[in-house]
Design a protein around this ligand. Structure first.
Ligand SMILES: [Zn+2]
Length: 212
């Protein structure tokens, strides 16, 4: 089965771009984070295992990930756009073995810009509704439109937490980037551009592969 792969730090727009490409190609969008959350919410046997693993702070094993992926394909699936997979070299090797990898997109965003994007996020401290001071502005500053609760910055979205995440992300991602670059499959896209421009850059690359 053919596939595309997306990498990128939080704030790079990776999920949005994976969704766009999935709509454009008719390939199924497979987001590993969503698959994991879905299993937990459905309270399946696998979901219980996943919550136990997450509770003790371990990463979900490669085998669990492979099973989730295998179970996620719709009947007649033409291809897949992976989002959040692979996360390590063993998973990348599995991918190469089981899929025809068309292209791996690395949406590159520097830390400063990611912090600027993420730090505009706010969440309601009483109902949990999300806001964005740039794109999803509350009608009254600092107050939830829905319940009147106070809007706060999530701990995870504070600059120190973002910097920590960056360090972890890049440590993991550099090895994967090399892996796919060596195989001639990597395209790095500047994610500091607007959503439309990033999407156009990705489409141009996809079209140049298809016409070869
Ligand atoms: Zn609220």
């Amino acid at each position: 089965m053919q596939c595309y792969v997306f990498f990128g730090i939080q704030g790079s727009g990776k999920g949005t771009q994976a969704k766009f490409l999935s709509e454009r190609t008719g390939f199924q969008h497979v987001n590993i984070g969503d698959l994991l959350r879905e299993q937990v919410a459905l309270d399946t046997e696998l979901g219980n295992e996943v919550s136990r693993i997450i509770e003790v702070g371990d990463l979900v094993s490669d085998d669990v990930i492979y099973k989730l992926i295998g179970d996620s394909f719709c009947p007649g699936c033409k291809g897949v756009v992976f989002d959040g997979f692979p996360r390590n070299i063993a998973q990348a090797e599995f991918l190469m073995e089981h899929f025809e990898v068309k292209r791996v997109f690395f949406l590159n965003l520097d830390q400063e810009k990611a912090i600027a994007r993420i730090s505009s996020r706010r969440v309601c401290s009483s109902c949990g509704l999300n806001y964005n001071l740039v794109s999803d502005v509350p009608s009254k500053k600092g107050v939830c439109d829905d319940c009147g609760g106070k809007l706060v910055v999530r701990d995870d979205d504070k600059p120190a937490a973002i910097a920590r995440r960056f360090k972890k992300f890049y440590k993991r991602t550099f090895a994967l980037r090399d892996f796919f670059e060596t195989r001639g499959l990597l395209s790095e896209v500047d994610a500091s551009m607007g959503i439309e421009e990033v999407s156009a850059a990705i489409n141009a690359i996809v079209d140049s592969i298809s016409s070869n």
